[in-house]
Design a protein around this ligand. Sequence first.
Ligand SMILES: [Zn+2]
Length: 417
Amino acid sequence: MEVSFLGGSLEVGRSAVLVSYKNTKVLLDYGVMLNDHPEFPLPVETRKLNAAILTHAHLDHSGALPMLYISYAPKLYCTSMTKDTATLLIQDFIKLSGEHLVFEKKEMDRMLQNTRTVYYREPFRVGDLEIELVDAGHIPGSAQVVVNGDKTLAYTGDFTTVRTRLLDGADTIIGNVDAVVIESTYAHEDHRPRPELEKEFVKACREVVENGGTVLVPAFSVGRAQEIVCILTAHNFKHPLWLDGMAKKAMEFYLGDKKFIDGVDVLEKASRKTRMVHGRRGRETALSEPSVIVSPAGMLKGGPAMYYAPRVVEDEKSAIFLASFQIPGTPGEILLNRGVLVVDGAEKPANCQVKQFRFSGHAGRAQLHDYLRKVESNAKVFTIHGEPQQCMLLASWASKELGAESTSPERGQTYKL
Ligand SMILES: [Zn+2]
């Protein structure tokens, strides 16, 4: 068996791993790097590809998949929840970036026609390989992939073993494998304990709203936004709570297929409590009284959050609470570190409170180490999906602490297992 790294090597974004065995080739994820112009993984020979497997909906794993359907139509395997939520994100991506893309809705439609949905722990065959999806705990529907040929390879995708409001965390019973391809996003630091972070966040929201202000929480539409409304609900947040943008649709998907949700009670309670924003008038209503508004985009790159942000930022009683990691250079990061909101190229100083609460869906340092400790000790370790120093840090930890043969592959490299 061979494994080739086509993207997401020494970087976060455009994840793509190709597994080859005998005459079978299977692609694990095919994502996009969302800079000013979208950047794609290395090309694959689609006519030789037997199938693609999608671990989860986020565009850095799914955004390039329609490219595979320009002249061929390989099968795509994922969970039904990933199919629904990825469609939502890819559609929006095509709408926003159409001019920079070589594919359009037609290719996405062909992709959907060739999609087969599978559930966790239900092995299926693709050519000479047997494949199994395992719960990744990252967002509802997310999966790790275990590939069996003459060797066994596990690919974590994005995962966390930390329990969140929506999910209990990844299934880590992977068994004996010959190689593991693992994300490294937070190889350098531990997450703060979730209960402590939640308490602090809810308290801060209460203080702002009770003082007559609005809290804007920019959050990714798939996963994070719903987690935030669940956190506030679980802590009996009594004030108005709004949800806007594609996050509403993703919420519907979650409520519509609860086998992908561990925290069903809190999700249902949150859906009763949360008001949905409809249209521009709805946005004015949401801003007309003190409340918490949860809205994409998570790093303030467009989305309805950018309707609210210029208004909220002016008001010293209000707050913008960023709910995730902010990639350097994004409006969210600039707001956090320089205290200005960039609107249409102009800088607006922030009078409101700006703070970050990192409710991560990724494993922190301790969880990454625990995961690797459970893996068979002579398995090869490939660290990807992280800044270069993070990928290398995790690889050197695995070789020092576990005696594992470990590498941070570069884009374009192929390894024989
Ligand atoms: Zn993700």
